[in-house]
Ligand binder design. Structure first.
Ligand SMILES: *Cc1c(COP(=O)(O)O)cnc(C)c1O
Length: 404
């Protein structure tokens, strides 16, 4: 007997760690989605900055189908062609010389942190183990990455947290300087905080942190899980700043919706990850790598990257127009197709109330903390979808204002 799942099945069968919206999307094409009832939505959420080419982009569908008939998975007992091509593509397009492949952002960050610790241990000794990161930062949900992340609510209640982790205020160079010393192993930072509220690092801050790392022989790790693969308007946000890290992590947009992650580093550091030091069964999975290669090759072109900047300008203009009418936002900020609108004091903590109202109007959006409405749409979202989505957002905002 055929069976159609319902939202109440979520409460019945799924672990209760999420609170999904009431509708269940069943089909997507480009930046539009349809739910079980056939209602259509415009997608400004992009699977949380993942669906870089929207839904079912033919380039990704073809890459997936083509590889599906060849070989899916070998584990790392063998290497495979798509993984080698993906690693080469990433090396040729970035500062990096070496790539470690995995399946998610948290896993890429876990690898980055372990690499940094092992490098410092090998090169300088056991004392050099301090990792500095930032308040409000987000680096994943493994126990090491929630501990390095700057939102204690994600690590509290799980027992003793790993030691040697220090937190500074984001964009406060003096605070970093105070924590830095000869025992500093690495600084981990998002060039633009994503979950923390879409807060770009200042130019001086990233340049200053780079200089401090050089001074103290510490590694600079950029977590570009959310900002990477075209989202900033460059292939990686470090290119926008002209500040080069020693280790960079990538996931989310990298697979365009297929689970994949990567950690990039240099020839000077990579040897610390010698045979047997680290691994992942699915790392370099052939299907995942084939899709990611297609995504990277398609996105890293002037057409797509310039298109991201054009679309950013249009988003900003339309958000400002909405704000002139309704005055709900204090500030609109972000880079490329990763934008945030901070709620004005009168709507403090109300960003999440917009999401179900937007769903009613046929729009999917996101929040980044209680005060920021976040948008992370497809990098190639058509202009018509942007305008129509913004019209729907305005209807949702009008409802929020009417309720207030
Ligand atoms: C989403 C995110 C992660 C975690 O990625 P997962 O794939 O969920 O493990 C890590 N860092 C940043 C900056 C992120 O936005």
């Amino acid at each position: 007997m055929s069976y159609t799942p319902t939202r109440s099945d979520f409460d019945r069968y799924m672990a209760p760690n999420y609170a999904p919206q009431q509708v269940i999307p069943v089909r997507g094409e480009g930046s539009r989605l349809w739910d079980q009832e056939g209602r259509e939505y415009i997608d400004f959420a992009g699977g949380i900055a993942v669906n870089a080419l929207g839904h079912c982009h033919p380039v990704l569908v073809d890459a997936l189908k083509d590889q599906a008939d060849k070989v899916w998975h070998l584990a790392n007992v063998y290497t495979n062609e798509p993984a080698l091509k993906l690693a080469k593509a990433l090396v040729e397009r970035t500062f990096a010389d070496k790539v470690f492949l995995c399946s998610s952002g948290g896993e890429a960050n876990e690898a980055a942190l372990k690499l940094a610790r092992r490098w410092a241990y090998n090169e300088h000794g056991e004392h050099k183990d301090k990792i500095i990161s930032f308040r409000q930062s987000f680096h994943g949900r493994t126990f090491f990455t929630v501990s390095v992340g700057g939102q204690p609510k994600y690590s509290q209640g799980f027992g003793p947290v790993p030691g040697g982790i220090l937190h500074a205020e984001f964009n406060d160079l003096e605070a970093v300087r105070e924590l830095m010393g000869d025992d500093t192993c690495a600084v981990m930072v998002e060039p633009m905080q994503g979950e923390g509220g879409i807060v770009p690092a200042t130019q001086e801050f990233l340049e200053g942190v780079r200089a401090l790392c050089d001074e103290h022989q510490a590694l600079l790790i950029f977590d570009e899980v959310q900002t990477g693969v075209g989202r900033s308007g460059s292939l990686y946000a470090y290119m926008e700043y002209g500040v080069t890290p020693d280790i960079l992590t990538s996931a989310k947009s990298l697979g365009g919706g297929f689970p994949v992650g990567a950690m990039l580093t240099t020839d000077a550091i990579a040897p610390a990850l010698g045979i047997g030091t680290h691994g992942s069964t699915y790392g370099g999975n052939a299907l995942a790598s084939a899709v990611a290669l297609a995504a990277v090759e398609f996105i890293d072109t002037p057409e797509v990257l310039e298109g991201v900047k054009r679309r950013h300008a249009l988003f900003r203009e339309l958000l400002e127009e909405i704000n002139q009418k309704h005055g709900v936002f204090k500030e609109v900020r972000g880079m490329g197709m990763l934008m945030g609108a901070q709620m004005s004091p009168a709507y403090e903590g109300r960003a999440k109330d917009i999401l179900p109202l937007a769903i009613e109007e046929g729009l999917m959006a996101l929040i980044a903390g209680p005060n920021v409405l976040r948008m992370a749409p497809s990098l190639v979202i058509p202009e018509d979808d942007i305008r129509e989505g913004m019209a729907r957002l305005e209807l949702a905002i009008a409802k929020l204002v009417a309720k207030a």
